[in-house]
Design a protein around this ligand. Sequence first.
Ligand code: HEC
Length: 159
Amino acid sequence: MKPDAQPSKDTATEGNTPTVADLGEFKDPSGNPTYLIDKDGKVDWYTWRGYKKYMANCMQCHGPDGLGSSFAPNLTNELQALSYYDFAGIVVSGQKNKWNTSGNSVMPAWGDDPNVMCSMDAIYTYLRARADGVVGRGEPKRIANNKPAQEAEYKCLGF
Ligand code: HEC
């Protein structure tokens, strides 16, 4: 396991209920995006948004809740070993022949798709929370809306 693939449960959940001012994008000590979960199990905006974007762009191959399908790997397992850097590289450029040596089923490259690129950190954050076992199946409840984050996404999308 690479050093920066370590779960960040401690940093992400330490302390009490966050204030609205805390609801930005969270980074672990290595500077990688991570989640924040409050004592009631509610998640920060990015983790919630990542779920939505995962469902829209990744679920059809990787299955509901990241659990995999017959032709694409279980990402809640894969993220145990993939660093953020590895993840980003694969999502931007695609991947083939690691799982499906026949080449029949490949991971598309998303580097030109703003729907994925504008939310890549959010998708990673959601999957990291799933891989760490701190977010269950289905849509996580979010702590609060995050207007600045939403506006940043829309701006990235060119709205
Ligand atoms: C058209 C189907 C399809 C879609 C849609 C898709 N993937 Fe994949 N993905 C695959 C396949 C197939 C593989 C395995 C490729 C291989 O054999 O190397 C894969 C591999 C991966 C891997 C590497 C896993 C590993 O450890 O080798 C990551 C990470 C990943 N996908 C993330 C995503 C994310 C995030 C999305 C949504 C933005 C997404 N995928 C959408 C089919 C898909």
